[in-house]
Design a protein around this ligand. Structure first.
Ligand code: C2E
Ligand code: CA
Ligand code: CA
Ligand code: CA
Length: 276
């Protein structure tokens, strides 16, 4: 029995070492992929629920390896954050997203927003705000063309410096959305002190048969909360008409999800726009 037990322990240690090695390998592959331009952005439109108008699109990173394998961002973004690589990668995302939005001028309403996911690691860099304002200007865009999506994890950090940066961006018209709202730990008091335009209702509160699910009560509560705080709401992960209708009836303004469109590459997005 003792022998067996020791065998287990050794196996466990080996598995840990394997996992660490796998992460290192993935990170070095990510570096190569980034420098050899194997990363792309896809775009998923979001819709005004009461009339179906396209209000903007969220940019989502895609990594397709030379062998054709798709590696989901949930796998590599955390690695990029831990290693600090997200600063360069996120900077590329911003520049690429803004260039894409600039290319849409005249083909979408002027209020069409490009929504960019930003990690806290990026945001706390000294030059973050100056850089994004510079890129917006360079592309001939205005701040109101841009929305920043942040998760609630930012509440854990140096909240005052985060608030300063958000305020600065908002003074230039950039809007701020809290992503995956309801899944993090932010307290209500922090929420009311943050300069935020929009709460993005996490898809875990949207999924299933909306009207009959207890978790939909959370979606409803988030919409009321946002209304009371004079913020807007957008629901993610809308897959069915019943989910859309229930959200709309509860006062949710905008939505995003497979019901309207999957994330699309640039050419597919152009086709989608042409059909609107
Ligand atoms: P997220 O910001 O919450 O993005 C929404 C995710 O839900 C996307 O997954 C999207 O493809 C997926 N989705 C959209 N509609 C539906 C639907 O109707 N049903 C279902 N089941 N899923 C839907 P994706 O593209 O795999 O991205 C995962 C996460 O990776 C994102 O979650 C975001 O946190 C992160 N991410 C993606 N791109 C970037 C980026 O450029 N920078 C940073 N920092 N994070 C990113
Ligand atoms: Ca997002
Ligand atoms: Ca989300
Ligand atoms: Ca998410």
């Amino acid at each position: 029995a003792k022998h067996f037990h020791r065998g287990k322990t050794v196996l466990f240690a080996t598995e840990l070492a394997d996992a660490a090695r796998d992460r290192m390998q993935l990170l070095s592959r990510l570096r190569v992929a980034f420098s050899s331009e194997r990363l792309t952005l896809h775009f998923q439109p979001f819709i005004r629920l009461h009339d179906g108008a396209a209000m903007g699109a969220e940019c989502l990173l895609r990594w397709q390896t030379a062998e054709g394998q798709h590696i989901p961002p949930d796998h590599f973004i955390p690695l990029a954050e831990q290693s600090g690589m997200i600063v360069a990668l996120g900077d590329w995302v911003i520049r690429t997203a803004l260039r894409w939005r600039a290319g849409l001028i005249g083909r979408v309403d002027d209020t069409f927003r490009v929504a960019i996911n930003v990690s806290l690691v990026q945001l706390i860099e000294d030059n973050f705000v100056a850089n994004i304002l510079h890129y917006i200007h360079t592309q001939g865009l205005q701040g109101y063309h841009v929305e920043i999506e942040l998760t609630e994890s930012m509440a854990a950090h140096d909240i005052n410096s985060v608030i300063q940066k958000l305020k600065q961006m908002r003074e230039h018209g950039i809007s701020i959305a809290i992503d995956d709202f309801g899944t993090g730990y932010s307290s209500l008091s922090i929420l009311s002190s943050l300069p935020i335009d929009r709460l993005k209702i996490d898809r875990s509160f949207v999924s299933g048969d909306a009207a009959n699910q207890p978790h939909f009560g959370i979606a409803h509560t988030v919409i009321e909360l946002a209304t009371n705080l004079q913020m807007h709401t957008i629901a993610e992960g809308i897959e069915t008409e019943s989910q859309r209708d229930t959200l709309r009836q509860n006062g949710c303004l905008e939505g995003q999800g497979y019901l309207f469109s999957r994330p699309l590459d640039e050419a597919q997005f152009n086709q989608w726009l042409a059909q609107q």
